[in-house]
Design a protein around this ligand. Sequence first.
Ligand SMILES: [Zn+2]
Ligand SMILES: [Zn+2]
Ligand SMILES: [Zn+2]
Length: 123
Amino acid sequence: MNHVDGTTLTYGHPPPAQPPAAATGYQCAWLEKQSRCGEWFPTLAELVVHLGEIHEACGTANKPLVCQWDIGGSPCNAKFRRDNFKRHIQTHFGIADVCEDCGKSYSRPDTLKKHVKKYHPRQ
Ligand SMILES: [Zn+2]
Ligand SMILES: [Zn+2]
Ligand SMILES: [Zn+2]
């Protein structure tokens, strides 16, 4: 059984580096001293606990966190508050692209970007 996302079968190409989350679990891609953590977790909830405990990635009520999730070799760098943490991490698994400020979800990252630009412009 191949996991093929598009309509085109691409034989001869290597499969994506990360297998679908639902099939195998959730891999931690937090960058710790510039290298990926790489631990696997059966559920997103466990991964989120791990991020908080091991990577101290849960922040505080007053202090936003800067996401160190590895995106093609560089950190995500999104800022978020504790309340938005799980939701934000979800987006790294393609569960949904959710606006960290208001919770709206988008199927495409660039659509979300446009939304953020329009409704939550950076100072
Ligand atoms: Zn980790
Ligand atoms: Zn992130
Ligand atoms: Zn929003």
